[in-house]
Design a protein around this ligand. Structure first.
Ligand code: PSU
Ligand code: MN
Length: 286
């Protein structure tokens, strides 16, 4: 047995355009393997929960139309209807822990959206309820980051900065907010996971890893593009689970693909950091 890293699949089914979605999924899996751990992508295939996908299953899912974006509330539905589903952070966190996998890697977590609609991702209550370790590049810059950061604090989620003091904002390395504690190594994170478990706490540890420097985008530039995409979403009446994919797609257009390159770089980087943490935890836990 070796250490395992769970990967989410909504980023593949809904967050990235085809055909690079498949390439990036393969790169993420490779990054985990390079780190000496086993990658297990979580997804729903014909109503069945999958803990890890074969190459053929991954290719099929990445190319498939009519895949449901599954947060926790969608899991009973797809299990009953026999649909295909990509799992978001909330669903992946739950399913990974259920399968005994404590560490998982994603891009950015969902959070509190901007505007009046009180759209809050199911990722936040899931992080407050399930004791996993989620490696991400902070919260997506399309969100209301101060409110998202406050909500993590209210919910008792431990926010660690991976070799950084600033809470990263996905494409950008800074958000103007701080993490709870800076960490330098996987061993420190693993040790905090162990302490969390000893204390009987039920919240996740969020490990926030900044986007690699050469692919990151300046915050000011992103702000303008985000505001424009946000206005467009309001005028077209786009909301609910369709909002995040819509905004991500508009940003990729507005930055001539540079947001996509940043997304790719941070996903692979997070996968590698998650492998290091999984190995370190495996060592002290077994
Ligand atoms: N970040 C990305 N791409 C994505 C997502 C996050 O860069 O596709 C997905 C994740 O699966 C996350 C979900 O859990 O969006 C949050 O969606 P919502 O805001 O509808 O809760
Ligand atoms: Mn939402």
């Amino acid at each position: 047995m070796k250490s395992k890293v769970a990967l989410e699949s909504t980023v593949i089914t809904h967050g990235l355009p085809r055909p690079v979605n498949l390439e990036i999924a393969q790169e993420m899996q490779e990054a985990v393997r390079q780190g000496g751990a086993e990658p297990l992508m979580m997804a729903i295939l014909a109503g069945e929960i999958q803990v890890g996908l074969s190459e053929a299953q991954l290719e099929d899912l990445a190319a498939r139309e009519n895949v449901r974006k599954c947060s926790l509330r969608d899991l009973p539905i797809v299990a009953q209807t026999g649909e295909y589903g990509g799992t978001t952070v909330s669903a992946t966190l739950y399913l990974a822990l259920r399968a005994g996998i404590p560490v998982f890697a994603t891009g950015g977590i969902g959070g509190v959206h901007r505007g009046e609609a009180m759209d809050i991702s199911a990722d936040l209550p899931a992080l407050a309820q399930f004791p996993g370790t989620v490696v991400c590049a902070g919260a997506k810059s399309i969100l209301d980051l101060p409110r998202t950061r406050e909500r993590l604090e209210t919910d008792g989620v431990t926010v660690l900065g991976w070799q950084c003091d600033a809470f990263p904002a996905f494409y950008s390395r800074e958000s103007g907010m701080e993490v709870d504690q800076r960490v330098e190594s996987a061993a420190e994170v693993a040790s905090m996971m162990q302490e969390r478990d000893r204390l009987g706490l039920r919240q996740s540890i969020l490990v926030a890893v900044p986007c690699p420097e050469k692919s990151a985008l300046p915050r000011e530039e992103m702000e303008e593009a985000i505001a424009a995409a946000e206005r467009e979403a309001v005028s077209q009446g786009i909301m609910g689970k369709a909002l995040t994919p819509f905004l991500l797609n508009r940003l990729a257009e507005a930055t001539q693909g540079r947001s996509l390159a940043a997304n790719r770089a941070l996903l692979c980087n997070n996968a590698r950091v998650a492998a290091d943490i999984a190995n370190a935890f495996y060592e002290i836990d077994t």
